[in-house]
Design a protein around this ligand. Structure first.
Ligand code: UDP
Ligand code: MG
Length: 319
């Protein structure tokens, strides 16, 4: 098997036929054998039925059906677990990443690169807010992260077998694939491309999911926030020390003392704030440790329901 293409799908019935048509055209033109791995991430529309239909008509299509919605990053990870190709390409289902870029990626791979990631030159059809927040996020992330994470690159990328195998060994629960790909190293190449607007349907990344992804990007890839908490603690301790010295000296050398509850009020609120923020940062990491030590599988595959007629229904489990 030369090429595996992973397409995560969450409620994508509106784009799927067109995506499959365009992807198929590009892949056929390569003249290499390939497999198309569609990962159904718990869609609630006709996505699964459409995928099953595609798979029935084309044996190069495989459907990985997750038992519920696990999120984009885990859906792609499920695809990586099943990919058999010498090279693997990850692409969104909504045609924002043009399939026509795939041959260019493969050319770069032939030149000897192990990771070829698409770097967005332009992104039409996105709100000013999404563009602005994404710009800010990537820069902020790089400031904090221990590993450089390429600017303006999404998950549209080609991975060599060696990289896929390395990623498959990383079973961490909070996944930020771009960071993980950066972490594994190998020879990486940034391929500039123009992103298209979403072909149809709406974004499956509402603000909350975007924030979660951003939090994963930062908290799963660095302990800088913990160091920031130490700095915050040191600064407030230094301030407290100055205050203490001031109060004692004033009391011992004059017949007056620090007066007024304004100072008290300010000090208490300040210390309370510092402590809560610090506890919050630690809590975020503890939560991640908690999720990690449970050691649950990253995702589950749905029970296959194709040949479960009434006569084959399993007896109820007795207690
Ligand atoms: N997606 C997914 N599970 C989710 C959310 C999204 O598999 O919970 C898929 C979605 O079907 C698409 C890709 O991830 O193929 C990127 O999502 P989308 O285009 O909605 O994100 P955006 O481009 O707006 O950031
Ligand atoms: Mg999209």
């Amino acid at each position: 098997m030369f090429l595996s293409v992973i397409v995560p799908c969450f409620n994508e019935e509106e784009v799927l036929p067109e995506t499959h048509r365009r992807l198929g055209a590009v892949l056929d033109s390569l003249g290499e054998d390939y497999e198309l791995l569609y990962v159904n991430d718990g869609s609630r529309d006709r996505t699964l039925a459409m995928l099953r239909d595609l798979a029935q008509r084309d044996r190069r299509v495989r459907v990985i059906n997750l038992s519920r919605n696990f999120g984009h990053q885990i859906a792609v990870s499920a695809g990586l677990d099943h990919a058999q190709g010498r090279v693997t390409v990850i692409i969104d289902a909504d045609l924002q990443d043009p399939p026509a870029v795939i041959p260019e990626m493969i050319d770069k791979w032939r030149e000897g690169y192990d990771v070829v990631y698409g770097q967005r030159r332009s992104r039409p059809g996105e709100s000013a807010f999404k563009l602005g927040s994404a710009r800010l996020f990537y820069r902020f992330l790089n400031l904090l992260s221990d590993r450089p994470i390429p600017l303006d690159a999404g998950d549209f990328r080609l991975l060599d077998r060696a990289v896929v195998d390395a990623m498959r060994g990383m079973r961490e629960y909070d996944r930020f694939l771009r960071g993980m790909v950066s972490w594994v190293g190998f020879r990486q190449y940034a391929l500039p491309y123009d992103r298209d607007a979403r072909f149809a349907g709406e974004s499956k990344y509402p603000l909350m999911k975007m924030l979660r992804l951003a939090a994963d990007g930062i908290l799963s890839f660095s302990v800088t926030p913990l160091r920031a908490a130490i700095v915050l603690g040191l600064v407030s301790a230094a301030l407290a020390f100055l205050g203490i010295v001031y109060a004692i000296v004033l009391r011992l050398t004059t017949s007056t003392w620090v007066s007024g509850w304004t100072l008290l009020f300010v000090a208490i609120l300040f210390m309370g704030g510092v402590q809560l923020v610090t506890a919050g940062i630690i809590g975020e990491y503890v939560g991640r440790i908690y999720r990690e030590v449970k050691g649950r599988p990253l995702y589950l595959l749905a029970a296959d329901d194709r040949d479960r007629g009434p006569e084959r229904a399993r007896p109820p489990v007795s207690r």
